[in-house]
Design a protein around this ligand. Structure first.
Ligand code: GTP
Length: 275
C-alpha cells in the first residue's frame, strides 16, 4: 500500500497552528463522504467549530450524498456543498462560511484540512494572489505562518493540512483510489477497478453500459475493461482490447468524474459513524 511519508510532519504543523484558529474547515469528497473523512484527527479539533465542505458536488449522486449531509448536521457540523472548481471561492466564503467562524481577538481565523485530492489547493490557490498578511501580534499565532484575507476580519491559513484517512478495511482503500485520494500500488489498481465494477453493476449500471459498445455483456470486470479499451481503440494484436491501458484510463476517468455522477457510500450501510 502506498502511503505518503510525511504524516508526522503534517500532524505537527496542524498541532502548532490549531491554537490560532477557532474553526476547522474540512474538505470532503462528496462521492465518499465516509472514507474521505480523517477520523484520526478528530481529537485535535475537539474545541473548534467544525465546518465540512462537501466538494466535487458536481460529480456525486446528489440524493445519496444528501443523506450524509443530514447525518453530519445532526452531529453538530456546519455543512456546505460546493464545486470549488467552478465558483468564486472568496465570495462563497464571505457568503456561506465567514459568519460561522467564531470571533477570537476580534478576528475569525480558520484552518483548511482534508485528504489528498479533495480540493485543498484549488481552495487555497484561488484565494491567494490576493494579499496575504503575515503574523501580527495576535496571541497563539505561530511565527511565519501566512494568512489569506477573506474580509476585514476573516483569515484562512495559507497552508492546508493534509489529513490521511484511516485504511482499516480494503473497501475504504479502494474507494480512496477511485476518488484519486490514494495511489494504487501493484494489484490495487485491478482490485479497485473490480470493486467499482461490482458496485456499479449493482447500483449504477448506466455508467458501465456507457463505457463500452452497445450490447456488450457486463459479465465480469476483466472483460469489461477489455471492452472499454476496445471502444477507445486501445487495441492489441488481433483486435483485442488492451486491458492495461484500458484499466489506467478507466480509473483516471472515474476519479475525474468524467464517466458520470457516482456516490460510493450510503449511510444505511455504515453501522457506526465515528465523528
Ligand atoms: P493534494 O495536493 O494531493 O493534497 O490535493 P488537493 O486536496 O490540494 O486537491 P486539488 O485542489 O489539487 O484538486 C485535485 C483535483 O480535483 C484537481 O484535478 C482539481 O481540478 C479537481 N477538483 C477540485 N475541485 C473540484 C470540483 O469541485 N469538481 C471537480 N469535478 N473536480 C474538482
Amino acid at each position: 500500500m502506498w502511503y505518503p511519508g510525511h504524516i508526522a510532519k503534517t500532524k505537527r504543523a496542524i498541532k502548532d497552528n490549531i491554537k490560532a484558529v477557532s474553526a476547522v474547515i474540512e474538505l470532503v469528497d462528496s462521492r465518499i463522504p465516509y472514507s474521505s473523512r480523517a477520523y484520526e484527527y478528530a481529537s485535535l479539533f475537539r474545541d473548534k467549530k467544525k465546518i465540512i465542505i462537501f466538494n466535487k458536488y458536481d460529480i456525486c449522486e446528489i440524493e445519496k450524498t444528501k443523506k450524509w449531509i443530514k447525518i453530519y448536521e445532526n452531529k453538530g457540523y456546519i455543512v456546505k456543498t460546493v464545486s470549488l472548481k467552478s465558483i468564486n471561492i472568496k465570495n462563497f466564503l464571505k457568503k456561506n462560511i465567514a459568519n460561522e467562524i467564531p470571533e477570537k481577538f476580534n478576528e475569525r481565523r480558520a484552518l483548511v484540512v482534508g485528504a489528498p485530492n479533495v480540493g485543498k489547493s484549488t481552495f487555497i490557490n484561488s484565494l491567494k494572489g490576493k494579499k496575504t498578511t503575515s503574523v501580527g501580534n495576535t496571541p497563539g499565532i505561530t511565527r511565519g505562518v501566512q494568512w489569506i484575507n477573506v474580509d476585514s476580519k476573516t483569515k484562512i491559513m495559507d497552508t492546508p493540512g493534509i489529513l490521511f484517512p484511516e485504511l482499516y478495511n480494503k473497501s475504504i482503500a479502494y474507494k480512496l483510489i477511485l476518488a484519486g485520494c490514494l495511489k494504487a500500488e501493484d494489484d490495487e489498481a485491478d482490485d479497485a477497478a473490480f470493486f467499482a465494477f461490482d458496485y456499479l453493476k449493482e447500483n449504477n449500471p448506466k455508467i458501465l453500459e456507457n463505457s463500452v459498445e452497445n450490447g456488450s455483456k457486463l459479465e465480469n470486470a476483466y472483460e469489461f475493461i477489455e471492452n472499454f479499451a476496445k471502444k477507445r481503440n486501445f487495441l492489441k494484436k488481433g483486435g483485442i482490447g488492451d486491458y492495461q491501458r484500458g484499466l489506467k484510463t478507466w480509473l483516471k476517468e472515474i476519479s475525474d468524474g468524467k464517466l458520470g455522477r457516482i456516490t460510493y457510500e450510503i449511510p444505511d450501510e455504515y453501522e457506526e459513524i465515528k465523528v
